[in-house]
Write a protein that binds this ligand. Structure first.
Ligand SMILES: [Fe+2]
Ligand SMILES: [Fe+2]
Length: 210
């Protein structure tokens, strides 16, 4: 994609162009302290990122440039999943079932349910999730044990590239309307990422007072 320059070309430093609110410091503190739990949710996020990309390919098979980009992206997300599993092994974190947090469901609840409009919303939702991931990897990396810190720093760069890719396709899907729609979805995303949350997850809000 060539027209993503206004969103930024590289690195998590540009996520503020998309995200309406930064991650609260209280989330970073809690997530750094409970990194094992977070790592488990993170593994699930990588799997989910791959399956979301595949679902988009199935939903819009006529869009070949999108299908090709998403095929690559899905493979990359599965490699991320494998990397997370390796680090979990290294650090002795067992794999277990975990209840999903409110974030993905909360975002999906504001998407339009049919086209025209659904495709743009799905692309923008994915862009926002990738941007939030990139921001949080960069915030967490300095606070984590060595193998994880390295992995998170690398993933921050990869997810920033992914949000730019999704934004590029969103611009192509609706060159006039994408900004207005982005503002609505980004508003919802910022609420979910910053309002006190009963559950700690990679995309949750800061911990609710107990
Ligand atoms: Fe990823
Ligand atoms: Fe990603």
């Amino acid at each position: 994609m060539s027209n993503t320059s206004e969103v930024g070309r590289s690195g998590a430093a540009h996520t503020e162009a998309l995200l309406l609110a930064p991650t609260p410091a209280a989330w970073v503190a809690e997530a750094s302290a409970r990194w094992q739990e977070l790592l488990l949710d993170h593994a699930n996020c990588e799997k989910k990122a791959a399956s979301t990309a595949l679902a988009l390919m199935f939903a819009y098979p006529e869009d070949r440039p999108l299908a090709l980009a998403l095929a690559r992206l899905a493979r990359e997300e599965l490699r991320h999943f494998e990397q997370v599993l390796r680090v979990m092994n290294e650090l002795g974190v067992p794999f277990a079932r975990q209840r999903p947090g409110r974030y993905a469901h909360g975002l999906r609840s504001v998407l339009r349910t049919s086209d025209p409009g659904r495709k743009l919303d799905l692309l923008l939702m994915s862009a926002l999730i990738e941007a939030r991931s990139a921001e949080r990897f960069a915030l967490l990396a300095p606070h984590l044990p060595a193998p994880l810190a390295r992995l998170y720093a690398d993933l921050g760069v990869a997810e920033a590239r992914h949000y730019e890719l999704y934004v590029g396709f969103a611009q192509a899907a609706d060159s006039h309307g994408w900004r207005t729609r982005l503002a609505t979805l980004a508003g919802r995303e910022a609420e979910l990422a910053t309002a006190p949350d009963p559950v700690l997850r990679f995309h949750s809000g800061p911990p609710q007072a107990r």
